[in-house]
Design a protein around this ligand. Structure first.
Ligand code: F6P
Length: 343
């Protein structure tokens, strides 16, 4: 068999480990399959921009951040060469039997549409946000939580030195998993997530009670958080290629509001793309490697339109639509549990 691989959407630590897992197991266990890597996500597939992949090109990749294939937020249905007809021609020109598409919600939604149009695709879920239903965890999330936790630990010492409030903004799009986990791990005094709007008065109350007992408040806010009364999350950066608002900036709004209402000097730190950079954690390396290996098995079974997923400790195969039909949001019970420690 001959298999194409692409990494699409926002990058995250572990993409290279998936590529390595798929190529190595394809080489070892399935009659020395051949691999073609498409560069820059869907863009490489529609424009036929590719590189040869073999076991030598994936050597040592499990610990390497980013993606050797490059990525982009390209919509494969748009542009001069977009759409299934041209993609089919590209597959035929290489003699490819199937494609492994590694990506998040936008990538998998496009993969599902292409699969419905007859393109042979198997999906691999990746996202630091952990927002995909149908998989218990996506690789990249664990690493992002580690990075955010270290940042919160560091911010805390400078906050204490100056008796300041520091608001730490993390990524996560419309779900609060990174904020919840990093906030709990870092002992934040409040964690603000998209699933649970809060009023500025409640947030200021938490900050004030921390200062009243001689501490400096550290507040973790997810980029998709809305204050009570805000209909949409804050967004001032336009839309991405899938017409979704680019989020970020709520921390910059909250810090001066807290300072003005409480008199506590406040600062804001946005962690941004730092959360997606650098080497993957051991957990993410293992998960990504296993997902790559199982994606290859799904290709072998011609399980088109499916996605590999983590359920408990096992890797299973589910329809891609299971992952894209609903968001994996933070249940209110998890927020209420964390909120017992706020203030
Ligand atoms: O989905 C991953 C993510 O990092 C989100 O948390 C964030 O909102 C978005 O991607 C940022 O996208 P970009 O890299 O295009 O700025």
């Amino acid at each position: 068999m001959k298999v194409g691989i692409l990494t699409s959407g926002g990058d995250c630590p572990g993409l290279n480990a998936v590529i390595r897992g798929a190529v190595l197991v394809g080489d070892r266990s399935y009659d020395a399959h051949e691999f073609v890597g498409f560069r820059w996500g869907w863009k490489g597939l529609v424009e036929n921009d590719w590189m040869h992949l073999d076991r030598h090109s994936v050597r040592g990749l499990a610990r390497q951040g980013g993606t050797i294939l490059g990525s982009s937020r390209t919509n494969p249905f748009e542009g001069e060469h977009g759409g299934p007809d041209n993609i089919r021609k590209v597959l035929e020109s290489h003699g490819l039997d199937g494609i492994i598409a590694i990506g998040g919600e936008g990538t998998l939604t496009a993969a599902l549409r292409l699969s419905d149009a007859g393109i042979p695709i198997v999906g691999v879920p990746k996202t630091i946000d952990n927002d995909l239903a149908a998989t218990d965890y996506a690789f990249g999330f664990d690493t992002a939580v580690e990075i955010a936790t270290e940042a919160i630990d560091r911010v805390r010492t400078t906050a204490e030195s100056h008796r300041r409030c520091i608001v730490v903004e993390v990524m996560g799009r419309h779900v609060g998993w990174i904020a919840l986990h990093a906030g709990m791990a870092g002992g934040a005094h409040a964690i603000l997530i998209p699933e649970q709007p809060e009023s500025i008065e409640t947030i200021c109350g938490w900050a004030t009670s921390v200062v009243d007992r001689g501490r400096a408040p550290v507040i973790v806010v997810s980029e998709g958080f809305r204050l009570t009364g805000m209909e949409q999350p804050h967004s001032h950066k336009g839309l991405d290629a899938f017409h979704r608002p680019r989020l970020g900036g709520i921390g910059e709004i909250l810090a001066p509001m807290i300072e003005e209402r409480t008199g506590i000097e406040s600062r804001e730190v946005t962690l941004g793309h730092m959360q997606r950079g650098g080497v993957p954690s051991a957990y993410d390396r293992v998960l990504a490697t296993r997902l790559g290996m199982h994606a290859m098995a799904a290709i072998e079974r011609k399980d088109w339109g499916s996605m590999v997923a983590l359920r408990g400790r096992e890797i299973v195969t589910v329809p891609i639509s299971d992952a894209t039909s609903a968001l994996n949001t933070v249940p209110s019970s998890r927020y209420e549990e964390a909120a017992l420690l706020f203030g």
